[in-house]
Ligand binder design. Structure first.
Ligand SMILES: [Zn+2]
Length: 314
């Protein structure tokens, strides 16, 4: 079995299920009233980033956003012999669920390795100790025997006999992309939190993903939202240049530089302010933008399993 499990694919923060809108009352007292407005994301989900790749008898867990409750649970059910964990970077929405990872609390846990890129000046051992071993932050310490390794993005790793390439990504504080070669020699790239705004970054990205079978890439913003011409949903228009996120135009410009474009593209890091109607519309716009490439594109959703074997046979 080879599959991609999506635990959470919301970017920035957990999407609130409802918001309060201040409106004018019909009567004079009180003159203003709070009205509840649902933010329906039933389809795409609310939890922050976490992915799992299950490849036969091993599993790779990428990022510890709140979706790790789902990925950790799925990994446990698949009963892999070994599990390795990777961080893309250390922004809150990618580490805030670390203490909820069920794999940490089993003495017989298959989670044996934790790979941390040297980005943002974070010291991985310190992060582990502060987040998980300090009872002021969380009452229970991990029970697993997990070794922590750090590496410079760009390094090549071999984990459980799988070749893994890594890449430094353009993001405030920097982030790391992963290209994992599966047991059947197909490859999957996880590239979340990357702003592909310049020809230099687009070229590097294209080189990294060229010829991959599956690509998980972030695309949080429309061009107008990125430039600050319009707001996301009803939020005020704010330029988000340099905030570390990409638009469909940037993804297209990057993939056009590949000699062999990835066969399937999955989009992640859905802005926490969007509802599902807006996300569906944005997915349609993304597909139209990438139409010239003639590839399959879809937005990921929470608690999704993507059967990589099935996709391969298409
Ligand atoms: Zn980030």
């Amino acid at each position: 079995m080879r599959c991609l499990i999506v635990g959470g694919c919301t970017g920035g923060a957990v999407a609130p299920a409802r918001r309060l809108k201040l409106g004018v009352s019909r009567s004079d007292t009180p003159p203003q009233i709070w009205m509840q407005r649902d933010l329906d994301r039933g389809e795409f989900g609310q939890l922050t980033t976490s992915f799992a790749i299950i490849d036969e008898d091993v599993a790779f867990l990428i990022d510890n956003g709140l979706g790790v409750q789902i990925t950790g649970d799925a990994i446990q059910q698949a009963e892999p012999k070994q599990v390795a964990m990777f961080q893309s970077h250390y922004h809150y929405d990618h580490i805030e669920g670390m203490h909820l990872n069920p794999l940490l609390y089993r003495p017989d846990s298959p989670l044996t390795q934790f790979f941390c890129p040297k980005v943002g000046g974070v010291v991985p051992n310190q992060l582990w100790n502060e987040r998980l071993l300090n009872t002021s932050h969380w009452p229970i310490a991990p029970k697993c025997q997990t070794s922590i390794y750090d590496f410079k993005p760009g390094a090549s790793l071999v984990v459980f006999d799988r070749d893994i390439l890594t890449s430094l990504q353009n993001h405030p504080g920097e982030s790391c992309g992963y290209r994992i070669q599966l047991s059947d020699k197909k490859s999957i790239v996880i590239a979340t939190d990357v702003e592909l705004s310049s020809a230099y970054h687009q070229k590097n990205f294209a080189r990294f993903v060229d010829g991959a079978d599956f690509l998980v890439v972030e695309c949080q913003l429309r061009e107008g939202e990125y430039l600050g011409k319009v707001g996301v949903m009803d939020s005020p228009a704010t330029p988000m240049i340099g905030w570390g996120h990409s638009t469909p135009e940037m993804i297209l410009a990057s993939l056009e530089r590949c000699s062999e474009v990835p066969k399937s593209v999955f989009v992640t890091h859905h802005d926490s302010r969007r509802d599902q109607t807006d996300l569906r519309n944005f997915e349609g716009e993304f597909r139209s933008a990438l139409l010239p490439l003639g590839i399959d594109c879809s937005f990921l959703y929470e608690a999704q399993d993507v059967d990589l074997d099935e996709l391969e046979s298409m």
